[in-house]
Design a protein around this ligand. Structure first.
Ligand SMILES: Cc1cc2nc3c(=O)[nH]c(=O)nc-3n(C[C@H](O)[C@H](O)[C@H](O)COP(=O)(O)OP(=O)(O)OC[C@H]3O[C@@H](n4cnc5c(N)ncnc54)[C@H](O)[C@@H]3O)c2cc1C
Length: 477
């Protein structure tokens, strides 16, 4: 602990904490960044979870939001060691018949993999991409008055409804329906929920715009580059300091907390007004995840060649299967055939594993707080599309939803999004209050993914919260 006085203290070094710290330091403030764990990065950490020499992304792996982020794009992160790598296909989605849908930068090439729906996909995505600049601007600056209302309205007219409606209205073939269902499932909620259509379109637009890349050497490299830049500006970082109460923090004018409402109640609940406390208690978390990392003695033997060209592979087969699975999870049931999100970064990044060896990363959705071991079910899904996969496993490491929260207290019940991102908590996260980053306690702000624009590695929650604090406390715009 330190007795020094700072202008601002940031608690938590996930992408949002790091971003908030950078924005505050860029504005000339003295800033201390505190991290509870021995290493920085939060959801960006990489570690050797299985065997020596194998680098696994403990949480996030694939970074379409990071390359889209106007904040990250404004920072000299390459000079601080960051390099993004791209696989030839952003995503492959295999089917039982051996075929696969392919998401790539080019809309036409993507559409060509979608059989009966080639023209429908081209039509949908060419029109949607016209609206994307306005939509992406609104994601980055959720509270700025939009300059281009018509493209936003056009996007909203499709996105406001469910993914199920989007898929059923536009597509009839197995390939397009399956691929869009897999993309929609990134929303970690039933595909029948409002605004899951928008989640689907956003992930597809990210793929067609900047792609779905991953950092060379592991996600940790993004955290390291952000931290290195922050330190180069004169910021200070202390690790291994799990904050138990706001009272233990050094004196500062502003406190920016990269934590979720549950933790805010624990470490600073007594500072909040009764109304704000109630709002934080009412915040809703979503389903959890079960995660597996493997060290492999060779590439995953996928039946489909497309899967060998994609860093991300979605394993869930059809629209109907994925719909059923996500519905079951939201009802608290364990799916027999989980929808599996798999990444095989080392195929395109040899720094991740010893020569001729590979790593793979996968997770599936499970009910919140589930302690059920999904390893067998996940491996069955991989084996279904890649017979012989199990024979390649040298070692594995698993995290159930409960262990996920022990690893990072922000993953409440295993929820990796910092709270469910449904229509109620889309921009009114953590509560219906304006600005959402400010709490009722003087100088205390939330800057985690529990604030807009929400989950994913983009740093924009931290950016917007820091801008708010600069305006409120330091009179800076
Ligand atoms: C399995 C998994 C897969 C994912 N895949 C992707 C993906 O591929 N792409 C993507 O964009 N996103 C992905 N995500 C989500 C992404 O990791 C999060 O959205 C992102 O990390 C949120 O950033 P954050 O800064 O808000 O919080 P976090 O990254 O969770 O960071 C919070 C930090 O605060 C620290 N902390 C918490 N409480 C305290 C305290 N009291 N005192 C001190 N420190 C504290 C924590 O230790 C942690 O370091 C994934 C997450 C998981 C778990």
């Amino acid at each position: 602990m330190t007795n020094t006085k700072y202008d601002a203290v940031v608690v938590g070094s996930g992408p949002n904490g790091l971003s908030a710290a950078i924005v505050l330091r860029q504005a000339g403030l003295s800033v201390l960044l505190i991290e509870g764990k021995p290493t920085i990065g939060g959801g960006l950490r990489s570690a050797s979870l299985t065997l020596p020499g194998y680098i696994h992304d403990v949480c996030s792996a694939i970074h379409p939001f990071a390359v889209f982020s106007p904040l990250f794009n404004s920072l000299p992160l390459q000079k601080h060691g960051l390099e993004f790598l791209y696989s030839p296909l952003a995503l492959a989605h295999p089917f039982d018949d051996g075929s696969a849908a392919e998401l790539e930068h080019d809309i036409h090439q993507t559409a060509m993999s979608l059989g009966a729906d080639t023209r429908s996909y081209e039509h949908l995505m060419q029109n949607t991409m016209k609206n994307w600049p306005a939509v992406s601007n609104s994601i980055a600056h959720p509270f700025a008055f939009p300059k281009h209302l018509i493209p936003l309205a056009r996007f909203g007219s499709k996105g406001i409804f469910s993914a199920r409606r989007l898929i059923e209205r536009n597509f009839k073939g197995m390939q397009a329906r399956g691929m869009l269902a897999g993309v929609a499932a990134h929303g970690v909620q039933p595909l029948t929920n409002w605004i899951t259509g928008a989640i689907t379109l956003i992930f597809l637009c990210l793929g067609h715009d900047k792609g779905w890349p991953f950092p060379k050497g592991g996600s940790q490299q993004l955290a390291n580059a952000l931290a290195s830049y922050f330190l180069s500006l004169g910021g200070r970082i202390e690790t291994d300091w799990m904050v138990e109460s706001l009272d233990e923090l050094p004196n500062a004018s502003a406190y920016l907390l990269d934590i979720t409402p549950k933790q805010l109640l624990k470490i600073g609940g007594s500072r909040l007004s009764a109304w704000n406390r109630r709002q934080m208690k009412n915040f809703k978390y979503g389903s959890g995840v079960f995660k597996v990392d493997w060290a492999l003695d060779g590439p995953i033997p996928f039946k489909s060649d497309a899967c060998k060209k994609a860093a991300t592979v979605h394993l869930g087969n059809s629209f109907e299967e994925i719909m059923k699975c996500e519905q079951e999870v939201s009802l608290g049931k364990i799916p027999e055939y989980p929808f599996v999100l798999l990444a095989q970064q080392s195929l395109f990044d040899p720094t991740r594993a010893p020569q001729d060896r590979q790593v793979a990363w996968a997770y599936c959705h499970v009910p919140a707080n589930s302690g059920v071991d999904m390893t067998e079910r996940i491996e069955k899904q991989v084996e279904r599309f890649a017979p012989g996969f199990r024979d390649r496993i040298l070692s594995k490491h698993v995290f159930d939803a409960v262990e996920m929260e022990s690893y990072n207290p922000n993953y409440v019940g295993g929820d990796i999004g910092g709270g469910i991102q449904n229509w109620k908590q889309l921009i009114t996260r953590p509560a219906l209050r304006f600005p959402p980053y400010r709490t009722s306690a003087q100088g205390v702000y939330l800057c985690s993914s529990s604030t807009p624009p929400g989950g994913g590695v983009h740093g924009l929650c931290g950016f917007n919260a820091a801008k708010q604090a600069l305006k409120d406390i330091f009179g800076q715009r």
